[in-house]
Design a protein around this ligand. Structure first.
Ligand code: NDP
Length: 452
C-alpha cells in the first residue's frame, strides 16, 4: 500500500503536537496533523495557560494590600474582567500561532478539520478526503464531564469559564478536584462570592491529608464557602439567577454554576471500536507501555488514554512515541513518579507518596515545617506554609514531598529532580540552605514529627 504520510496525528494538543514535531523535525518522517478546534489543545486554549494567567490576575487584590503594609501608597480598584479577557484572547491567539509555526517549521501538514479513522491506515477528513498513513496517532484529549441530573444544562464547565461576558457576582463551583479548587480561588480573588460544593468529606482527594486540610482552611479564611458532603440534586432557572438545590434540601441562588466534576477521554465517534481498538470503562483508549493500541498501526497518547491527565505527561508520551516509531529508540514513559501542582491559593506542590499511602506500604518518618512565610508575615497576614517530607525508614529515601504555600509549584519542580534521583533525607540535610528563602526549610528539617 502506498502511503500519503508516515504519520497522521489526530489532535493538535500538547501530546499530538509534540509527537508530530519530533517525528517530522527530528526524525524526518512525513507527517500530517488534523485539529478540529484550535491548535494547542486544552492546555493552551482552555486549560493550564489561561488558568494560570487568571491565577496571576486574581492574586493582585491581595498583593496590593500587602504593598500597603510594606509602605506603598497603593489602592486596588475593581477588577476589569472585560479588559483582562481581551488581553487573554490576544495571548492565546499568539500562542496558537506559535504552535502552528512550530508545526510548519518542522514540515508538518496541518488540516483544520475533524478526522476519524476509516481503517488501520486510513483517516477520513470532514471534507471527504481520505488520507493513507503508515501510522496513526490519536491524541484527541478529554472533555469536561457533567453528571446527568435535572437542570444540568444550566451548568457551565471549564470550557466556558474563560469566555464569560461578565464575571458572576455569585458563583457555585461543584467538585473538589484540581479545576474546582483552582477556580474557587481564582474567582474569589477576582471579587466573586464563591461557594464550593464537594460530595466527599474534604476537597482534593488523593493529595496528602495534611496538605489538603491546610489548603481548605486557607481557602475558607480567604472567603471561599467550601461545603463538604454536599452535592447538587437539581438546578432551576429563577428570576435572579440559578437556584441550586442540594441533596440535603438546602438551596442557594447563583449567577453561574460551574461543574468541575472530572473529564472524560475524547474517544467517541472516531471509529475506534469498529477497528478493534480496545476502549476502557470511561472510553479511554487502552495502550501498552509504548502507547500502541490493539491495532498495531494505531497509537494513542495524552488524556484520551486516561493514564495521567497532565500536559507534561502527554508531551513525554508523544515524544517517546515519535522516538520509538521513527527514531529507532525503544522509549517507554515511566508513569510511576511525577510532580504536580495545584494552583489554589495557597498552591500545593507535590511529588511521590502521601503520608497515608507511604504508611500503608512501609515504615516511614515524617518531617514537617509549618510556619508563617516572612513576606506575608511582615504584611500582617496569618498565612502559613507547610513543607513535608516523607522518608523511608529502611532506605532513607525521600518517598514524598508536599509543599503548600506561595511558589509551591516552582519549588516542587526542583525537589522533583532530587526525589526522582532517589535522594535520601541525609542528602537533603547535607545540602546547604539558601537564606532567607522559604525553600530552605526543605533542607533544614531536623526534628522528626511522626513515625509509623
Ligand atoms: P478531578 O478528577 O481532579 O476532580 C473531579 C472532582 O469532581 C472530584 O472532586 C470528584 O469527587 C468530583 N466528582 C466526580 N464525579 C462527580 C459527580 N458525579 N458528582 C459530584 N462530584 C463528582 O477532575 P478535574 O475536572 O478537576 O480535572 C481533570 C483533570 O485535569 C485532573 O485530574 C488533572 O489531571 C487535570 N488538571 C490538572 C491541573 C494541574 O495540574 N494544576 C489543573 C486542572 C486540571 P471525588 O473526589 O469524590 O471523586
Amino acid at each position: 500500500m502506498a502511503f500519503d504520510y508516515d504519520l497522521f496525528v489526530i489532535g493538535g494538543g500538547s501530546g499530538g503536537v509534540r509527537a508530530a514535531r519530533i517525528a517530522a523535525g527530528t526524525h524526518g518522517a512525513k507527517v500530517a496533523l488534523a485539529e478540529e478546534y484550535r491548535m494547542g489543545g486544552t492546555c493552551v486554549i482552555r486549560g493550564c495557560v489561561p488558568k494560570k494567567l487568571m491565577v496571576y490576575a486574581s492574586e493582585y487584590s491581595g498583593l496590593v494590600s500587602d504593598a500597603q503594609s510594606y509602605g506603598w501608597d497603593a489602592t486596588v480598584g475593581a477588577f476589569d474582567w472585560y479588559s483582562f479577557r481581551g488581553k487573554l484572547d490576544a495571548e492565546l491567539d499568539r500562542l496558537e500561532k506559535a504552535y502552528r509555526s512550530g508545526l510548519s517549521g518542522a514540515g508538518v501538514t496541518v488540516f483544520d478539520c475533524r478526522a476519524v479513522l476509516v481503517d488501520g491506515h486510513c483517516v477520513g477528513l470532514a471534507d471527504g478526503q481520505v488520507i493513507r498513513a503508515k501510522h496513526i496517532l490519536v491524541a484527541t484529549g478529554g472533555a469536561p464531564f457533567v453528571p446527568a441530573f435535572p437542570g444540568s444544562e444550566l451548568a457551565i464547565t471549564s470550557n466556558e469559564i474563560f469566555r464569560l461576558e461578565a464575571l458572576p457576582n455569585r458563583v457555585l463551583i461543584v467538585g473538589g478536584g484540581y479545576i474546582a479548587s483552582e477556580f474557587a480561588c481564582i474567582l474569589n480573588g477576582m471579587g466573586c462570592e464563591v461557594a464550593q460544593y464537594y460530595r466527599g468529606p474534604q476537597i482534593l482527594r488523593g493529595f496528602d491529608d495534611e496538605a489538603r486540610n491546610h489548603v481548605a482552611d486557607a481557602m475558607r479564611v480567604a472567603g471561599v464557602d467550601i461545603q463538604c458532603n454536599t452535592d447538587v440534586a437539581r438546578l432551576e432557572a429563577c428570576a435572579d439567577g440559578i437556584r441550586a438545590m442540594a441533596e440535603d434540601g438546602s438551596a442557594g441562588v447563583f449567577d453561574k454554576v460551574l461543574f468541575a466534576t472530572g473529564r472524560n477521554p475524547n474517544s467517541a465517534g472516531l471509529g475506534l471500536e469498529a477497528l478493534g481498538v480496545e476502549l476502557g470503562r470511561n472510553g479511554q483508549i487502552v495502550v501498552d507501555g509504548f502507547s500502541q493500541t490493539a491495532v498495531p498501526s494505531i497509537f494513542a497518547v495524552g488524556d484520551v488514554t486516561d493514564r495521567i491527565a497532565l500536559t507534561p505527561v502527554a508531551i513525554r508520551e508523544g515524544h517517546a512515541f515519535a522516538d520509538t516509531v521513527f527514531g529507532g529508540l525503544r522509549r517507554k514513559v515511566d508513569h510511576s513518579l511525577f510532580a504536580s501542582a495545584v494552583f489554589t491559593q495557597p498552591e500545593i506542590g507535590t511529588i511521590g507518596l502521601t503520608e497515608e499511602a507511604a504508611r500503608d506500604s512501609e515504615a516511614i518518618e515524617v518531617y514537617a515545617a509549618n510556619f508563617r512565610p516572612m513576606r506575608t508575615a511582615f504584611a500582617g497576614r496569618d498565612d502559613k506554609a507547610l513543607m513535608k517530607l516523607i522518608v523511608s525508614q529502611k532506605s532513607r529515601k525521600v518517598l514524598g514531598c508536599h509543599i503548600v504555600g506561595p511558589g509551591a509549584g516552582e519549588m516542587i519542580q526542583l525537589v522533583a529532580i532530587a526525589v526522582t534521583m532517589g535522594a535520601t533525607k541525609e542528602q537533603f540535610d547535607a545540602t546547604i540552605a539558601v537564606h532567607p528563602t522559604m525553600a530552605e526549610e526543605l533542607v533544614t528539617m531536623r526534628s522528626l514529627v511522626r513515625q509509623g
